[in-house]
Design a protein. Sequence first.
Length: 484
Amino acid sequence: MEVNIKFYKGENIPLELHKTRIVQKLNLVPIERRLKALEEGGFNTFRLTTHDVFLDMLTDSGTNAMSDRQQAAMMHADDAYAGSQSFMRMAKAVEDVLKKKYLLPVHQGRAAENILANAYIKKKGDLIPMNYHFTTALAHITQYGGRIVELLYDEAYNIASSHPFKGNLNVEKLEEVILETGVENIPFIRMEASTNLIGGQPFSVANMRAVRKVADKYGIRVVLDASLLGENAYLVIQREPEFASATMGEVIAAMTGLADIVYFSARKLSSSRGGGICTNDLKIYRELEALIPLFEGFLTYGGMSVREIEAIAVGLYETLDESMICQSPQFISYLVNSLVAQGVPMVTPAGVLGAHVDAMKMCGHIPQTLYPAGALAAAFYLVSGVRGMERGTMSNQRDEDGRETYADMELLRLAVPRRVFTLSQIKYVIDRMAWLNENRHMIGGLRFTYEPQVLRFFMGGLEPVSDWPQKLLAKFRADFGDSL
């Protein structure tokens, strides 16, 4: 159910459907310290320490608030190395919620990507069609010699629009790619629930059915990245007429039932840590089984703490609760719509995971060679203490010849984890972003000083190409005085 509260006077606002019982102290350090922190961290928000961060909107991975029931479940974990009852409870939750009876536990989502790439990419040049890539999925596929092809419809690249399902995979192009490439060179088709890198945009059940039909025609497996499955299901209920009266469980079952393999990061799916690969096909289970002890740990813990396994099991059941899942999308929608009203260019319609600022438009004076989304992330931290994440060219990787591959979009992601931030904190984000947008011409570009070959956005170091951070600080002081 969606809770819609009308206020007698004033704006309509999202309503928190929880109460706060444990609090964690935050720090809002002065802007001068924030500039120093950026310099120490190489102008990469991943390298900031939380002592210097006020609101951490870097990601929702592992940062969603856990429920009291999850915390309680962690206290009766079975620490057995093999045959743990904690694992049995997780496997039962996977079967009940995701409708898959064979489970292989892994320590997080990217570990599942490693297992799948290792098992199914057999030769250099194997191609994985997908709606859109995720950074770690791409890294694992290319590590084993594979390639990807992204098959979105043109509407997905229209940043500001009202299209409800920008994450849909282009089934016409999919069939063309299969015929051109050859079935023998396509290990599987990958569908990502709520495509991360184009603004958390969902796909429809109707689209996944069409993908399944093409896959069956050519005998190709379908793999579903279910890390944001709950939020994708919630938006299906909101936007796909066939499912307007459906429950979360019915929509989730419809999506997972169309996939041969489902894998997930519990950091996103169930407000915990860890992950899993699941299937109803015993042959697939046997193909993957031996890789778990090799890379992850034994088959009943997969590199996870059993306490986390207990939390995953409870969190999976909580994914069926629409009143819990709706909290993040509703707050994201409020944040996106409020920023649009302030003239800030945003990805619309609002998706899941977070609000996404169009850095290509907001910082149109910064060429992609100087990483506008990364520069915007650094500038926003400087003026607010809020840590967001670059989702643009910095998050890409260079090609085999060392040439830069420019992103389709340059986005600053402001993640909104489930049940973490208050409305006043969201309003603070809106205020500081509106101010930065008015002063966007002051933001300059960045260049790498240290650039790892793989996943450079995690660890890389950068520097500003001019003294723009100092000038932006001076403007902030002129407008806000002694305010933090």
